[in-house]
Ligand binder design. Structure first.
Ligand code: NAD
Length: 315
């Protein structure tokens, strides 16, 4: 069962091995979804299908959930454990594009020169003024969450001459990953960074991690980049920090409600130096292929092995 978008060649790759019901809109039709899932042994989803206790109760034959991505905030892992269903994520398949997006966002925010086409085509030649931004060489990039994406961002930003300070209370202090960056507590990362980039999963400890108090701690004129999950940021506190000038800009790829609900659209309207994109930081030609094939291969492997047998060593 595939109740969200999957490109034709990948649907075909599944169909070569198993019977497939593909309906990219089914995730939003709960009645239809629950009917369709009744006979399914596996479901392949993105981030729209809510796999919770109700979903699992409607899917008694389910053995595998394939997530085309890594975030699992739409999958209730407690309910999954009780239902004896295995979850497969496309781990690391979109680490590189998210890291590259973050580097692009750093320059888009700090130089502010990449959206001058309309002004030039209207006949103006705006070379004067302070809109040409800052250099990142020698500046500090703060990373909240130092997993796969945080580390990929760090390596690239170091190549630009940036200093990296990171917070990840779960990553062991002795982990070799810390050797190349400064390990710090959450408050010091905020206090020391010219740009803060978020790379934590969404969970009880990270929901609204970036609240009014966190924005108060950030440097005057700092920038925020969020490619993690929308609800990691308290949007009202962020907008207050942007409107007051405490923050000089923000780039957001993820939102508490996707697509943006009218409240968020209103909240974000008219804010200077706010870049918003529709959860596409991880989407490139290359990563779409990696994400789909990693997930499909893992789900097909699960469907082809008897219950209790370990996964294929190739995966
Ligand atoms: P990862 O699991 O490799 O790293 C996450 C890190 O966050 C871990 O090291 C963990 O210890 C740390 N962490 C957990 N709670 C924390 C806390 N309270 N404070 C600080 N650190 C904490 O995951 P990843 O591959 O680096 O991805 C990070 C997140 O990026 C994902 O969970 C997902 O939500 C998001 N993501 C977004 C896109 C996109 O297109 N925008 C694509 C891929 C991933």
């Amino acid at each position: 069962m595939v109740p969200e978008f999957l490109a034709d060649p990948h649907v075909a790759a599944l169909r070569r091995r198993v019977d497939v019901v593909y309906d990219p809109d089914l995730h939003s039709d709960l009645g239809g979804l629950f009917d369709a899932i009744a006979e399914a042994s596996a479901v392949v989803i993105r981030n729209r299908t809510q796999v919770n206790a109700g979903f699992l109760a409607a899917a008694p034959k389910l053995v595998a959930v394939g997530r085309l991505g890594v975030g699992l905030d739409n999958v209730d892992l407690n309910a999954i454990a009780k239902a004896n269903v295995e979850v497969f994520v496309a781990r690391n398949a979109n680490t590189v594009p998210v890291a590259e997006y973050v580097i692009g966002a750093v320059f888009a925010l700090t130089r502010r020169v990449f959206s001058m086409k309309d002004a030039l085509l209207a006949g103006s030649w705006p070379r004067q003024g302070s809109a040409f931004g800052q250099e990142m060489d020698g500046k500090t990039l703060g990373l909240i969450g130092f997993g796969a994406i945080g580390r990929a961002v760090a390596g690239r930003a170091q190549g630009l001459g940036m200093h990296i300070v990171a917070n990840d209370p779960i990553l062991d202090a002795g982990d070799p990953a810390w050797e190349s960056v400064d390990r710090a507590d959450f408050a010091s990362v905020l206090e020391r960074s010219d740009v803060v980039s978020l790379h934590v999963p969404l969970g009880p400890s990270t929901r609204h991690l970036m609240d009014a108090d966190a924005f108060d701690r950030m440097r005057q004129g700092a920038f925020l980049i969020n490619t993690a999950r929308g609800a990691v940021v308290d949007d009202h506190a962020l907008v207050a920090a942007l409107r007051s000038g405490k923050l000089a800009g923000a780039a957001l790829d993820v939102f508490a409600e996707e697509p943006l609900d009218p409240g968020l659209r209103e909240l974000f309207s008219g804010i200077d130096n706010l870049i918003i994109t529709p959860h596409i930081a991880g989407n490139t030609v290359e990563s779409a292929e990696r994400v789909a094939m990693t997930t499909i291969d893992a789900v097909l492997d699960r469907l082809s092995r008897p219950d209790g047998e370990p996964p294929s060593p190739d995966l």
